[in-house]
Design a protein around this ligand. Structure first.
Ligand code: ADP
Ligand code: MG
Length: 355
């Protein structure tokens, strides 16, 4: 599909490096007052004013983190930005700038890059983010996208993975498992397609979970939601891998245990029905899947009443004294140790055969 066989597709070489960067980035107009200079000089110039600067970077590799057989390029661009923003949300910071480095082989026509940048532009607009720079290189193998995200917070606003105290409540935003089960559907349809390219799948009963996989959103509103509720989390992380490994990160960095309740884990009905269809326990998918980009955090137990009826959040357990005990309770009695199964979403996806 992406082989440059179509004579009407524009080859990257027709633009040259500078022309290409200008072509792809000229409609990204910086809007944030913290951006003093964006794309176009040797470095961007930013103004943190009286805040701390938070920086994070993510690398996405074709056939490891994404599969172009079923990932539309526009969605890929959007998702790449979202992944970066989510890390800043997880620190309770406000993301304001990104830098995008891209390595691409000449099998991609300029139109393919335009699609990726259209997705990035949509995300930048939606989240009020400025694209302030990047780098462009050629790749002999697959497509590589690296996103650096920059954000700001007052020192006292920043929330680390460490800081949870025994008895703190463990809270999650949104619902979980959608991205993982969406991926299962896409992988299955891709295998079917490889055998019979004429078969058109009916995906109408999977719309929510496919969107969770292909076009996730970053929970940038959480910082202000928590502020309005007058809640300051004691620890925080985003759920990019499975819920189990994120809870274990909080446990290890905060030096507390956790007790979580299986029946409290928020899941959409499409997650339940799709899990059933695949013969996978939905909770296993939530614990070991990934890419939901929801936020997991702890709050003091005194804040229970402030959050208990808020539809954006679900209390799924609490922190305990003993760091060795990270337990999940099934039903009324059965408590089993939670372990990150060494199966993060990205490694599981690397099982995909290279195209
Ligand atoms: P240099 O050779 O000094 O690294 P470049 O030609 O790579 O300069 O970049 C020129 C300008 O374009 C810089 O502002 C850089 O940040 C920006 N830029 C380069 N590649 C990209 C890209 N893929 N996306 C966004 N901005 C880019
Ligand atoms: Mg450069």
């Amino acid at each position: 599909m992406l082989d440059n066989k179509n004579p009407y597709k524009t080859s990257i070489s027709e633009y040259g490096e500078f022309g290409l960067i200008d072509h792809l980035t000229n409609n990204f107009i910086p809007k944030n007052t913290s951006t003093l200079k964006g794309v176009g000089d040797d470095a961007a110039v930013l103004d943190p004013k009286d805040k701390k600067v938070l920086v994070s970077t993510d690398m996405l590799l074709e056939n490891i983190h994404f599969n172009l057989a079923y990932t539309p390029l526009k969605h890929l661009g959007y998702k790449a930005v979202v992944i970066g923003l989510s890390d800043l949300v997880a620190m309770n910071a406000t993301p304001e700038q990104i830098l995008v480095s891209i390595a691409v082989s000449n099998r991609f026509p300029v139109e393919a890059l335009e699609e990726i940048y259209t997705g990035m532009h949509l995300a930048c607009k939606h989240y009020s983010i400025d694209l302030v720079g990047g780098d462009t290189a050629s790749s002999h193998l697959g497509l590589v996208i690296n996103i650096t995200t920059i954000g700001y917070a007052h020192k006292e606003e920043i929330v680390y993975r460490k800081g949870a105290q025994p008895n703190d409540l463990l809270v999650v935003s949104g619902d979980l498992g959608g991205a993982y089960f969406g991926l299962q559907v896409l992988e299955r349809e891709n295998s079917v397609f490889k055998v019979n390219p004429n078969l058109q799948p009916d995906l109408s009963s999977y719309t929510y979970i496919l969107e969770r996989q292909l076009k996730p959103e970053a929970r940038t509103e959480i910082k202000s939601l928590l502020k309005e509720m007058d809640i300051h989390p004691t620890s925080m992380i985003d759920i990019s891998d499975g819920l189990a490994s994120e809870i274990i990160h909080l446990s290890q960095q905060s030096k507390v245990g956790f007790s979580i309740y299986e029946e409290k884990i928020p899941m959409d009905s499409q997650v339940i029905t799709t899990a059933e269809e695949f013969g996978i326990n939905p909770v296993t998918g939530v614990l070991n899947g990934g890419e939901d980009y929801e936020i997991l955090f702890t709050i003091p137990i005194e804040d229970h009443d402030k959050i208990k009826h808020n539809p954006n959040f679900t209390i799924i357990g609490h922190a305990t004294e003993n760091q060795e005990n990270v337990l999940i309770t099934k039903g009324n009695t059965q408590r089993i140790p939670l372990n990150a199964q060494g199966w993060d979403a990205h490694f599981s996806k690397s099982k995909q055969a290279p195209e």
